[in-house]
Write a protein of this length. Structure first.
Lengths: 272, 311, 519
């Protein structure tokens, strides 16, 4: 940890680290304890303004928004985590193969990636979710697949660069197998580029989940997520209860800000 | 030319894959007949409607004939409204494209001066302030910006009335007026990104030989910047934003929802849930086409400035 | 530089190409009158009052076909009520009153009906109503009506005969609800084929213009046979998102908006008067009686005891809404049985006890499936799921798209429970109760009770009104005793009406009558 800080000794990294750590801490606490049961309804406390007993106020069913934000941020993060995990794994695999092999395989896979990026990913996700039905895991799979190209591209560029380096040619000459070259020699060297990509991936996954649930095609109604809550809150903005949207939106923004600063900090280091 | 050909092939393949995927997706689960007939459906009525819509044919046949018709300019008829999809989409597409273009030009107009200014004042406090601010703005999702704008300008300051959209066909002035806040919501994160990108590019350029040559010819740093501002500012920004068109469009559907703008995003949402397949297909195609054309233009511009990129 | 301009030129070309595609159709609407009238509408409510016109907000677009026998959504039916008329017409009281017919006689055996037509009635296309139009309408309706109840009832009409100014109908079996069905057969001009897009009827309003996904315009019918409508022009505008709807109410854009929820009318400005009616439907947690564990009557009763309808109403509608108790709503004054409303008072302990008896001492997991486009049903389901926890039942709410609901649940009967509301397309008990007959194609709940079937069969075959009422009431009681479903409420239906307007009338059916409105 200390090493990481010494290595990335810049403003962005530190600020990103503090924000992300704070958010993660709140989410972690939310898994074990929330001020109220997040799904508990209270007819006598519907649509309350923020107060000491309800920090962020209550929603239309009298549920405590603060507790729900704690839980909702957790599932949003969980979705982002799996999206990045699956997307990055597949992306690294594809990027490694295309970057290392080049030629026709590279051409085909990259055209497919181009194809996916040519269409707004959220819209594509909308269509697929509309067909599969809402739910946490459906969202994860759809977004993960749509996120593969961004990782593949980064890894590919890096791999085709590393490939030309002397030590790889040397290893090839010595008769080291391609798998070993990829795993032992190339992957570790591509890691510094992958790290910011992962952080930006988190950022985009949070945004995508929020956008989709906001449009009502994300997680199901039983699940709490930041996007779903924002969707809920939308109806109250104009009816004089804007804080609901404000707090949920702020949480999303903070979550994204943390990741984007981290990514920025990591990238800065690569450049410098 | 080789480059253009390659791009065109990619475009066509992408369109084919996208259209087939969305076709197949609805084949798996959606049933337009059930949506249309609802609880009144009898097996006979369902079969009749299926035949009427041509849904009784196998998927490859349907896809094939749709594809041929589409490229002939016949986009089919909406299952729900029985009017040509083209007529239905036209107005909405213009609305959404206007929104993205407004966002686009807003971003260009704001980002270039700020980015260049920031680069000129590299390391000074104003540059740092701009960097920090754009870093924060980048992290704010467009829909949150939209909500904030609605709350502050709509509810508190009452500068505009949310939900009072007027179509460009009825009153162009009011239309543009209403679209300003949605456009800002879409542009704001882009402005932040572009400023950052521009600053990095310009500072990178400054290190390059030709600028050094300019210096050595006795030009000041300022004039060097100004002279090359066009090349260093406008073009990279346009290419960068063009490459971001897909994201801007994606932002648009959410923004349209918040500001009640009846654009293509809203139509896409309703068409998906009402299983109006011809409409969904046409929207998917036209949006993909739009994104790809913008990408293409961006790359051409890039090419025009720096032919080396594509050999 | 040259190259750059070349690129720029191609950009412009492509944009022109894109812009050029399909631009022709809208141009006609954009020019001339429409833009002028829109201009006036923009100047607000005062101008509309001066012009004697109103703007009515609706939440969804109408269905594609406006043909009187193809009105597939309730939202379309309720508006077209102003355009089409039948021989007899429902009144706000629920009685059927003479409309295109002035009187009718029925033979002693209940098999022959003779309707005397009103003289000098004109259609919107200036044609004069004749007996031939009536025969044509009945035959067309019998053939293609999408309303199964009406279609079934008309199958029993052996013959429709025109005779100068009277129409005679011969039934194969007596049907004491026949007049209600006659009231559902809209009369249209003989052999006019454009009903789907350019509907022509005899009603107080003429269908004038439709812009898909935007607006519909009705104008007053100046040659109406009865008392003419007071409002000159009605524009229906679609506000299909919550934001759009709420802002429309907050700004000056609409004069009338029906089917609002209590949240939507809360905090509405003084410019509006809020009227409360009911939606005229039976909202229930419908249970698939054929699947485990719901095939056990004790489990279904446990659900009934576990759910607290009052608390649910409090939560979702600030206490508004009418509790039901069986598959009938209070507008059916003759059939509604008040005593069933509290047949299952909220009692979690009793629910647990019943579950234990049924072999589920620790409760069970269940799914409540709801069509996602009905937000009020989704809200209800979420509240019910939370209430069921108290009895140890772990309910998950699953949202599905409307077509999936129709295919999988309504037709496929592949579900555990669902929250929806069933309305009555005609004012007959049959419309609400027949779906529970064992072999009915609409028996989504798989409710099986031979006693119920016998009562419904008897009610359908006799003409003695008192005995029929008895049969229907007994059938309702069976639904309650068997705890076939958890009957919840007839939802509150709020109407926001500009305070300068008056004359709005609620009906026991899902219709929006605009003819009485006046400034």
């Amino acid at each position: 940890m200390k090493k990481l800080f010494e290595k990335h000794n810049n403003w962005f990294f530190r600020a990103g680290f503090v924000i992300t750590a704070f958010m993660l801490l709140m989410i972690l606490i939310g898994q074990f304890w929330t001020p109220y049961e997040p799904s508990a309804m209270d007819a006598s406390a519907k649509g309350l303004a923020p107060s000491l007993s309800h920090l962020f106020g209550t929603d239309k069913f009298g549920r405590d928004i603060f507790s729900r934000v704690m839980e909702g941020a957790g599932s949003t993060l969980l979705i982002a985590f799996f999206v990045v995990l699956i997307g990055a794994s597949a992306g690294v695999l594809i990027g490694a193969v295309t970057g290392y092999c080049g030629g026709i395989v590279d051409e085909i896979l990259m055209r497919i990636c181009d194809g996916i990026t040519a269409f707004p990913s959220v819209m594509l996700a909308l269509i697929i979710i509309a067909v599969l039905g809402p739910g946490k895991w459906n969202v994860i799979w759809v977004l993960a697949i749509l996120f593969i190209p961004s990782f593949a591209r980064v890894v590919r560029t890096e791999f085709s660069r590393i490939k030309k380096q002397n030590y790889i040619s040397l290893a090839k000459l010595q008769g080291v197998g391609p798998l070993r070259i990829i795993i032992r020699h190339m992957l570790p060297n591509a890691f510094p580029v992958l790290l910011p990509a992962i952080s930006i991936g988190f950022n985009n996954a949070v945004l995508a989940e929020a956008s989709m649930s906001f449009l009502g095609v994300g997680v199901s109604v039983n699940e709490v997520s930041l996007g779903r809550m924002l969707n809920d809150s939308q109806n109250y903005i104009l009816r004089g209860l804007p804080w609901y949207a404000l707090f949920v939106g702020l949480t999303i923004a903070l979550l994204i800000l943390g990741f984007s600063l981290l990514g920025e900090g990591l990238q800065k280091n690569n450049e410098g | 030319m080789n480059f253009i050909l390659k791009k065109l092939t990619t475009m066509i393949i992408t369109l084919l894959v996208l259209s087939f995927l969305s076709f197949a997706a609805f084949e798996m689960v959606g049933d337009p007949v059930a949506t249309i007939l609802g609880t009144n459906a009898t097996p006979e009525a369902a079969a009749e409607l299926r035949a009427e819509l041509g849904l009784d044919r196998p998927l490859p046949v349907r896809y094939g004939s749709w594809l041929v018709d589409f490229f002939r300019g016949d986009w089919g008829e909406s299952y729900i409204y029985h009017i040509p999809v083209r007529d239905m989409i036209h107005e909405k597409f213009v609305i959404t494209v206007t929104l993205t273009l407004m966002g686009f030009f807003l971003a260009v107009l704001m980002a270039i001066p700020i980015g260049l200014y920031s680069a000129r004042r590299e390391g000074q406090w104003i540059d740092r302030a701009i960097t920090v601010l754009s870093q924060i703005l980048m992290a704010i999702p467009p829909f949150f910006v939209a909500i904030l704008l609605t709350i502050f300008f709509g509810l508190l300051l009452k500068i505009f009335t949310p939900g009072t959209f007027v179509s460009y066909q009825d009153n162009l002035g009011k239309f543009v007026g209403y679209m300003i806040f949605p456009a800002i919501s879409i542009a704001l994160p882009r402005i932040a990104m572009t400023v950052k990108m521009l600053r990095t590019t310009v500072l990178g350029e400054m290190q390059k030989d030709y600028i050094r040559t300019a210096y050595s010819r006795g030009h000041s740093r300022q004039t060097a910047l100004k002279q090359h501002a066009f090349k260093n500012g406008l073009l990279p920004v346009i290419t960068f934003l063009a490459a971001n068109m897909a994201e801007m469009l994606a932002g648009c559907i959410v923004i349209e929802q918040i500001f009640s703008v009846p654009g293509i995003g809203r139509l896409l949402m309703t068409s998906i849930s009402s299983r109006d397949i011809p409409t969904v297909e046409a929207i998917v195609m036209i949006l993909a086409l739009w994104v790809m054309i913008v990408h293409f233009i961006g790359e051409l511009l890039n090419d025009a400035v720096d032919p080396r990129l594509h050999g | 530089m040259k190259k750059f301009f070349g690129v720029l030129l191609s950009v412009v070309m492509i944009l022109l190409l894109l812009g050029g595609c399909g631009g022709k159709t809208n141009s006609t609407e954009a020019s001339g009158e429409t833009s002028a009238t829109k201009e006036q509408a923009d100047t607000g409510a005062a101008a509309r009052k001066a012009n004697n016109e109103i703007v009515v907000g609706i939440a969804q677009d109408l269905s594609s076909s406006l043909d009187p026998y193809e009105l597939s959504t309730a939202g379309t039916r309720e508006l077209m009520f102003n355009v089409y008329e039948a021989l007899y017409k429902v009144a706000p009281s629920g009685d059927y009153e003479p409309a295109l017919a002035t009187a009718y006689t029925v033979s002693d055996d209940g098999l022959t009906y003779r309707f005397t037509l009103r003289e000098g009635v004109k259609f919107h296309n200036d044609a004069v109503l004749t007996a031939a139009d009536v025969v044509y309408s009945f035959n067309t309706c019998r053939e293609k009506s999408v309303d199964k109840n009406v279609k079934a009832a008309l199958q029993n009409v052996a013959e429709v005969k025109a005779d100068d100014n009277t129409v005679t109908m011969t039934l194969t079996a007596p049907n004491s609800d026949f007049l209600v069905y006659v009231g559902s057969v809209y009369i249209v001009p003989d052999s006019y084929s454009d009903q789907a897009t350019k509907p022509v009827g005899t009603g107080p309003f003429v269908f004038t213009e439709r812009k898909v996904q935007d607006s519909i315009v009705f104008t007053r019918f100046e040659n109406y046979w009865g008392e003419k409508a007071k409002i000159q022009k009605v524009t229906f505008r679609i506000f299909d998102t919550e934001t759009a709807l709420v802002t429309a109410l907050d700004s000056d854009t609409v004069d009338l908006f029906a089917h609002l929820t209590s949240t939507q009318v809360n905090g509405l400005s003084k410019n509006y008067e809020v009227l409360e009616g009911t939606m005229n439907l039976v909202q229930a947690l419908y249970i698939n009686n054929a699947v485990k564990p719901f095939d056990d009557v004790r489990v279904r009763q446990a659900l009934n005891y576990a759910i607290d309808v009052d608390a649910m109403l409090q939560m979702t509608a600030d206490g508004h809404g009418t509790k039901l108790g069986s598959s009938i709503y209070p507008a059916f004054t003759k059939y509604f049985d008040e005593s069933l409303v509290n047949a299952y008072p909220h009692d979690a302990a009793k629910a647990k006890e019943l579950l234990t008896q049924a072999g589920y001492p620790n409760g069970f997991d269940m799914t409540i499936t709801v069509p996602s486009n009905y937000t009020n049903h989704v809200d209800t389901a979420v509240v019910l799921a939370e209430q069921l926890k108290e009895a140890g039942i772990n309910a998950t709410v699953q949202e599905v798209e409307w077509d999936a609901w129709v295919t999988d649940i309504y037709q496929g009967r592949n579900f555990q429970t669902t929250v929806v509301g069933f309305d009555a397309s005609t004012l007959t008990a049959e419309a609400l109760l027949a779906r529970f007959v064992s072999d009915s194609s609409k028996n989504m709940c798989n409710y099986q009770n031979t006693e119920f079937d016998a009562l419904m069969a008897e009610a359908g075959s006799i003409t003695d009104d008192a005995r029929r009422t008895e049969c229907y009431r007994a059938a309702e009681k069976l639904l309650s005793d068997d705890a076939a479903n958890v009957y919840l409420q007839d939802m509150a239906d709020f109407v926001a009406l500009r305070s300068t307007l008056s004359g709005f009338r609620f009906y026991p059916l899902y219709v929006l009558d605009l003819s009485g409105l006046t400034y």
